[in-house]
Every structure is written in C-alpha cells, then in structure tokens.
Design a protein around this ligand. Structure first.
Ligand code: 9NY
Ligand code: FAD
Length: 631
C-alpha cells in the first residue's frame, strides 16, 4: 500500500484525543499512550516490512516528529524503538541479531542500566551476572535495595524483555560491566516471571507516559548466549574473551548522545515556532505614544529572546548531522578494528550533548517567558516541551559528569602542549596560546571563532595549572582533579561553544554556495547572529583571553542589533520553514492561523471545571462557611 505519511497517520482517529491529556489521571494517561504506541508501532513495522510505503518525500524522521504530537508527552515505546533495538543491532553477534531482530518479534524491550544507588558512576552498578558453567547460564541478581534498577523507560508495565547492564562474574573474578538480554514477563500473560520484581516508579516532572520502572532479580537464570557477544565473549567453558576496547559496552550511550543533539534541535524549533508566531499576533502597548499598539515581535528585547532560539535550532540541526556522520565514520573504523578515533568522538559527544541539552532547556524556558502569562498555560505546550527538554540535561549522562569526561581529553592535549610535544592540527591553537602567538582581534565570524579558541586554551591552561598546583601541594590526582573541577567544566563548556560556532559557520558558508542568493543571505545572518550573541555573552572571557578591546565589543553590540533588525522581517517565515504541523505543535499560541484568543477560549471550555455552572464543592465546602459568616 502506498501512503502519504502525514495524511495516513493524521487520519487514524484513535491517535487523537478529545479530552486534553492534562485532565487524565496518571493511569489513564499511560493507558491512552500505550494504545496509541501500538498503533504507531504497527505503522512502523509495516514501513519496515515494506507492506506500506511512503509516497511523500519524508523519512521515518517524519513519523518520529508526528508521534510527538500524538503523544504530547512521551511514547512508552521510545526506549524500545530508540535504544533496545539499536543496542542489539550494535552489540549483539551476527547469530544473536538473526535470532532477536525479527520484525514480528514478541519482545517489547527497554535499556536497563541505572540503579537506585548509581546513575552517573556506572562502574558502581551492583547487579551481578554470575556464570554457572554447570548449566551454561548466567544468574542475574540484585544483592540489595540500592542495586534495584530504577528509571528505564517502558520498564514499569510495557516491556516484557530488557537489556540489563550488570557486573560479570566468572569463577569469582569480576570482569566489569556487560549487557545481557533478559525476559522479564511472560510473552502470553504478561505476568512477571518467577524471580522478577518489576513496577513503575510514579509521577515525574515530565515523561509521565513513559512508564519508567524499577526491577529486581532474585537469582534469575538466563542462557549464556544471552550476553551481547559482538565485541566480547564468554565461552562454554567460562573462558572470557576480552573486547578490543574496554568502553565498547558504553556504545549505546555514545550513540544516543549523538542522536539527542538532533532531537534537541527539533524541540527548539517547536518552541521557536510557538513563541515567534505568538509574538507576531500579540500586541501590547505602542512604541510611540501616538501610534497603535505594536506586535510584541517589534520590541528589540523580544527579538533578542527569540532569534537566538531560531538560530540555535539551526546550529544543533547542523552540528547533530555533523556528529551523526562522524559517528558513522568512527563506527566503520571500529568494525575494521581501528579504535583510534573513539576517544575524540566520545569527548565531542559528551560536551555537545551536555551543552545542547542545557541550551535547549534554557531557550525553551526563554520562549515560555517571552509568551508572558499565556506561555504558562499547558495549552501553549511550552511547559511540556520544557519538561521534556530539561530531562535531557540529566539522562544519558548528567551535564557536569559529561563535561568532566571532555575535560580529560582537553587536559591530555594541554599536557602535550605544555611539554612542547607534537599536537594534532585541531589543537595547534594550544601551542599558539602558550607561545603568545595571538592574532589581532577581527570583528568577524572568523575572528570570533579564533577568540573562542583562545578562551578554550586560556581556560584549559587555568584548570591545568590548578591541577598541577594541587598535585605539587601533595594531593593525589583524583583529589586534585576534584578540586579543579569547576575550572575543568568551564574549559569543556568553552570547547563545546567554540566547536558549535566553528562547525555552524563553516557548514553555513558551504551551504550558502548551494542555495539561492536570497536564502544564503538569511542563513548567513542567522549564523552571524549566533556567533555575535555568544561573543557578547562571553565578552568577559574574550577580554581575559583574547585581544578584543572595549571598542570591538561596542562594535559587536551594534552589529548584533543590526542583525536583529535584518532578521525581523523574515522571523515568521523562518519558523514556518521548520514546517511543523499544528497537530504536532499542539499549541494554542503557535498555530499557523494565528487564532490565539479563539483557541485559548476553545481549550478553556474543555476544562472539566466548566462542566457544571455551579460546582458541587460550592454546596459542600464554600457555602457552609460563607453563609455562616454572614449570619
Ligand atoms: C523513537 C521513535 C523512532 C522512530 C524512528 C525514526 C528515527 C529518526 C530519528 C531522527 C531524530 C532524532 C531522534 C532521536 C531521538 C532520541 C531521543 C532519545 C530519547 C531518550 C530518552 C531517554 C533515554 C535515557 C536513557 C538513559 O539515561 S540510559 C543511562 C545513561 N547513563 C549514563 O549516561 C551514565 C553516565 N556515566 C558514564 O557514562 C560513565 O560512568 C562515565 C562517566 C563515562 C565514566 O565511566 P567509567 O567506566 O568510570 O570510566 P573512567 O574510569 O572514568 O574512564 C573514562 C575513560 O573511558 C573513556 N570512555 C568513557 N565512556 C566512553 C565511551 N562511551 N566511549 C569511549 N570511551 C569512553 C573516557 O574517554 C576515558 O578515557 P581516558 O581519559 O581514561 O583515556
Ligand atoms: C526522564 C529520565 C529517563 C531516564 N531513562 C533511563 C533509561 O531508560 N534507562 C536507564 O538506565 N536510565 C535512565 N535514566 C537515568 C539517567 O540516566 C540518570 O538519572 C543519569 O545518568 C544521572 O544519574 P543519577 O540520577 O544517578 O545522578 P547523580 O549521578 O546522582 O547526580 C547527582 C549530582 O551529583 C553530581 N555528580 C555525580 N557524580 C559526579 C562526579 N563524578 N563529579 C562531579 N559531580 C558529580 C552530578 O553532577 C549531579 O549534580 C533516566 C533518567 C531520567 C530523568
């Protein structure tokens, strides 16, 4: 069957709510979401098997973005589709993949790593998988309360199988963390298997339809062949065959960190669409007293809040794709046995995931604030986008923890520079900084990129010097590192910003040669705006570490304000170009037709509190008090 993705999915009536989700109970929300999840899964399976084919130019990404509107919250199968299958595809042997990756598989899975007691420090995970050579099985066990798995999406009620991260023991020797496939519920009755304690963890700030769960194992046995064995093996006699790199087991986290950058770009484009369209409709006070009230988008301070959100969405889209291509390249190398590029990819993914999630949540919140009181309404959809986005600062590697991973990488190169050893080309600027080969400041995108590199060098140097000073004062390395950790994270943050600026500018300049002249001008304005915005935000750092002067900063400020004025006429066009349908945007403030007040009133009329003219609570609680007072 040939389908048009949008029309096909939008016409499935059961996918769209009559009652807004906010009015449902926790349980009803889940049940509503799971009903929809399986309708969507069926469509995805049909796409996969070729039973249906997309006739429009879009890809599965389109299905992904449409589902954002269908669920408003989160698809309970997000981890099943996004992490469970991809981990099997990346970490299971060819034979295991042939057995498990069947399109009609009964398995609904999740990725089970975090425990009550440990999330960031995964070496501290306490769940054990002990090999029993007499039966050729692993015994999965939860030794204590802190070892209970806690958080995995879809684990609470939906999943009947999972990939478990556990400490592998063979003949009393611990070989560290490995991934195991375990069935946890009966495929037919869905009852937990003997030795499995599983449930849902309760309401959260967002992700409330994701049925995040807990899980404990009581000496639960699985076949030896259920350990994911592409990179590492346990043989029948208990022989342990080591992986080529001991962090290959962490590959799913790396991949998800990379894909998240694009997801966050998409969340930013939704928030920008809502806030910019609303700002074009909303009028509040004249600018000159004798004029009519102006669109709030005409206030330059409003443009300052919003245009950076549009630009950042483009940044993360471009950088997300750039990282995706790097990931593909490095994975191909790893298949050939070459691990050389893995540390760099990990370092980039860590700081870019950290900064993209932090930027995205701050900018979504900025968009909400830019919509005044109406942005606070759930019907604006901005609170839900914020709750979804801010979770990404924590999951898949907490912000600070990831920045500290990148800092290890920076410090290594600084050490080489300090010892005058050869550096890779992309860190040659460390040497320039040490030799005080400072370029004369240029108030241009290229100049700003150089300036940001000087900040990275200056901050890495400061952190490194502190580290060395702590060591000289007799501290052990780990303690010295902890004492320098604020400066180390600052250096990583600066590194991420310099990468974002450089990649975005270079890719935009390249893209500009391939599109119409008028489009190229707008794209370059957006890229320049991004660089100017951050140069002004970080002008203190630029003063400290580059050759910028006060006059240069004033000139940057003027150019920035000029760019706001240049972008203003295209602002609505730019968010329309994100091409997000009303059904996906789910916002009274951001719909394409601009009927903001009408939609707000229509949504308010859905409130159950408007069902009765006089709510029964009046008779029960209010009247007895107010009437008594009157007497
Ligand atoms: C969907 C529909 C689709 C439709 C289809 C269409 C699709 C189309 C899609 C299109 C749109 C896109 C949509 C996408 C949607 C996605 C949405 C997803 C939502 C997700 C929802 C939520 C998911 C949430 C899931 C989770 O949250 S799951 C849990 C995550 N948990 C963490 O992330 C723990 C963090 N902690 C650590 O990662 C470790 O703990 C620790 C800190 C590294 C220390 O690790 P440790 O072992 O202690 O290491 P150290 O000893 O410190 O050594 C450190 C040494 O190792 C090295 N190294 C550490 N790592 C690694 C590594 N990887 N690789 C290489 N090396 C590494 C390091 O360079 C250092 O090297 P050195 O400097 O020594 O040379
Ligand atoms: C919505 C959501 C969905 C999730 N889904 C899943 C899932 O599907 N599967 C799964 O396995 N897990 C999942 N998680 C868990 C998630 O991966 C962890 O919460 C995350 O990795 C952070 O770990 P933590 O909660 O233990 O935080 P902690 O590590 O306890 O962090 C608390 C604080 O301590 C600081 N800190 C910790 N270690 C250090 C350090 N070494 N140096 C400096 N500071 C440090 C952190 O910066 C932070 O400020 C999910 C979490 C959320 C919120």
């Amino acid at each position: 069957m040939m389908i048009h993705t949008n029309n096909y999915i939008l016409n499935i009536k059961e996918l769209w709510d009559d009652v807004p989700e906010e009015y449902l109970s926790h349980k009803e929300r889940y049940e509503n979401a799971i009903k929809k999840a399986f309708i969507v899964l069926k469509v995805l399976r049909q796409l996969h098997t070729g039973n249906i084919q997309i006739t429009d130019h879009r890809t599965p990404t389109n299905v992904y973005s449409i589902q954002d509107g269908i669920f408003r919250n989160v698809n309970p199968l997000l981890i099943h589709i996004g992490l469970f299958w991809s981990t099997i595809a990346a970490q299971a042997s060819t034979e295991q993949q042939a057995e498990w990756l069947q399109p009609d598989s009964s398995m609904i899975g999740t990725y089970v790593q975090t425990e009550l007691g440990h999330g960031s420090f995964i070496r501290g995970i306490e769940t054990t998988a002990t090999y029993d050579s007499t039966t050729d099985e692993f015994i999965l066990h939860t030794p204590r309360l802190s070892a209970y798995k806690w958080w995995p999406g879809g684990l609470g009620n939906t999943a009947n199988a999972c990939l478990v991260m556990a400490q592998l023991y063979i003949n009393g020797t611990c070989h560290g963390l490995h991934i195991f496939l375990a069935q946890i519920r009966d495929f037919d009755t869905h009852k937990p298997l003997p030795g499995i304690k599983v449930g849902e963890i309760g309401p959260k700030m967002g992700f409330n339809t994701a049925d995040n769960g807990f899980l404990g194992f009581d000496n639960h046995r699985i076949p030896r062949t259920n350990m994911l064995m592409k990179n590492v093996q346990v043989l029948r006699d208990g022989t342990y065959v080591k992986p080529k790199h001991d962090k290959l087991t962490y590959g799913s986290m790396l991949l998800t960190r990379v894909t998240l950058i694009s997801d966050l770009a998409y969340q930013l484009s939704k928030a920008a669409t809502i806030a910019v369209r609303y700002s074009a409709v909303r009028r509040q006070s004249p600018i000159k007293s004798n004029e009519p009230e102006r669109q709030i988008l005409d206030f330059v301070s409003q443009q300052h809040k919003l245009f950076i959100t549009i630009a950042s969405s483009h940044v993360y889209r471009v950088v997300g794709l750039w990282m995706w291509n790097s990931h593909k390249r490095v994975t191909a190398d790893i298949h050939e046995g070459n691990m050389g590029q893995l540390p760099e990819l990990h370092a980039l993914a860590c700081c870019l995931k950290a900064i993209s999630s932090r930027d995205a949540s701050a900018l979504v919140e900025q968009c909400r604030l830019a919509c005044g009181g109406h942005g606070y309404m759930m019907a604006s959809n901005l609170p839900q986008i914020y709750a979804y986005t801010t979770a990404a600062v924590t999951y898949e590697g907490e912000y600070t923890v990831l920045l500290l991973q990148t800092a290890r990488y920076l410090v290594k190169f600084w050490r080489l520079a300090a010892e005058h050893k050869p550096l890779p080309q992309n860190f040659a600027y460390f040497e320039d900084y040490i030799k005080k080969n400072f370029e004369q400041w240029r108030n241009s995108p290229e100049g700003i990129i150089e300036g940001f590199k000087a900040i990275v060098a200056g901050k890495t140097k400061a952190a490194y010097d502190t580290l060395q000073c702590n060591l000289r004062n007799g501290r052990e390395f780990e303690e010295a590192w902890n004492m320098a950790s604020v400066q180390l994270t600052n250096a990583s943050e600066a590194y991420a910003r310099s990468l974002l600026c450089e990649v975005f500018w270079k890719e935009t300049v390249q893209l500009s040669t391939k599109v119409s002249k008028s489009l190229a001008i707008v794209l370059e304005q957006l890229a320049e705006l991004y660089l100017m915005y951050w140069a002004l935000e970080k002008h203190g750092d630029l003063l400290l570490y580059s050759t910028i002067s006060r006059n240069d900063i004033e000139a940057l400020q003027s150019r920035y304000e000029e760019l706001l004025a240049l972008i203003r006429p295209n602002a609505v066009g730019l968010v329309d170009a994100f091409d997000i349908r009303d059904e996906v945007l789910c916002s009274t403030l951001g719909a394409y037709d601009g009927r903001v007040y009408e939609r707000m009133m229509e949504e308010a009329s859905k409130s159950p509190l408007n069902e009765d003219v006089v709510n029964e609570s009046f008779h029960k609680y209010i009247r007895p008090v107010t009437m008594k007072n009157k007497l």
